[in-house]
Design a protein. Structure first.
Length: 296
């Protein structure tokens, strides 16, 4: 009887220890992700604000995601209110469900090369409801570039450059390492918020609490929601519907001088960033789940 009792006690201890290891593992995984955001080098051309600000916001976003348009408005309202007390950094995370997200990101990255990322970013989200409806939005992307007086010859070269696509892929891979699977996913210092609504409500509350620790009393207000979401356009290219690496990029454009031509479809394979682990299942996804999503 004593032997049986001893086995029961021993078994119970083993179970408790295993549970403790699992919980510690999850905690450390979360801490690792948080440190990853804080220690990542800033992308100067997609960053604004005070580098030493007490509040650092990193946004993983998709230009065709309606909730990301809301998230962008939330970030802008925070930045307008807090100025040098906050920094904002944008990172690309184009979802496979959005047909033109990669091309939009390519144009934005090329605008960044000419120090016009935020201006182009704002146009993409401001006009999102319009260009998302188009069968082919390349002409709109070119018009945005011309409206900002960008060098169109450089834009034409940049959007078809493999290095441009690699930079977008590098952002996306950094998000996957942090278990990002939905957009927008926002990191405020060491805390994660998913979706525009959560960023607006809980994110602002968290910022207010953090600032209060430094003696700053921030009175925030809610940011209005954008227009009704536009249904996603599923790509007809069978490769685009899979989250495999290297990620196939569906489209790029080759603008001609003084004209807005039809885009040239190119099926490019993006080379993996050196030292980045490959994975077939998106971070944070469960077995059988193969697509990332946009969150409200």
């Amino acid at each position: 009887m004593r032997t049986v009792k001893r086995y029961i006690i021993t078994g119970g201890i083993i179970v408790v220890v295993l549970i403790a290891f699992v919980m510690v593992g999850k905690y450390m995984q979360g801490r690792k992700a948080a440190r990853g955001v804080q220690e990542t080098e800033l992308t100067k051309n997609k960053f604004k604000g005070n580098e030493k600000a007490p509040i650092r916001i990193v946004i993983y976003s998709d230009f065709q995601c309606p909730s990301c348009a809301h998230g962008s408005a939330v970030a802008e309202s925070i930045f307008a209110d807090l100025k040098n007390k906050v920094s904002v950094e944008y990172r690309y995370f184009p979802l496979q469900m959005h047909k033109w997200a990669w091309e939009a990101a390519a144009f934005a990255e090329c605008a960044a090369d000419q120090d016009k990322f935020w201006e182009y970013h704002d146009l993409l989200f401001k006009k999102q409801a319009e260009w998302s409806k188009e069968g082919r939005p390349t002409a709109s992307f070119l018009e945005f570039a011309m409206a900002l007086k960008l060098d169109m010859e450089k834009i034409g070269t940049c959007v078809t450059d493999e290095k441009t696509l690699q930079r977008i892929q590098k952002d996306k891979e950094s998000g996957e390492q942090l278990q990002v699977s939905s957009t927008p996913t926002v990191f405020i210092n060491d805390k994660r918020f998913v979706g525009g609504k959560q960023f607006d409500a809980d994110g602002k509350k968290y910022i207010a609490e953090e600032l209060k620790k430094t003696g700053i009393d921030w009175k925030y207000t809610s940011t209005p929601l954008p227009p009704s979401p536009i249904p996603a356009q599923i790509s007809s290219n069978p490769k685009v519907g899979h989250e495999s690496h290297p990620h196939p990029v569906p489209v790029t454009a080759q603008p001609a001088v003084n004209t807005v031509p039809a885009a040239v479809v190119e099926k490019k394979e993006v080379t993996h960033s050196p030292g980045t682990p490959r994975k077939t299942l998106g971070a944070g996804e469960t077995a059988g789940q193969t697509t990332a999503t946009s969150k409200a």
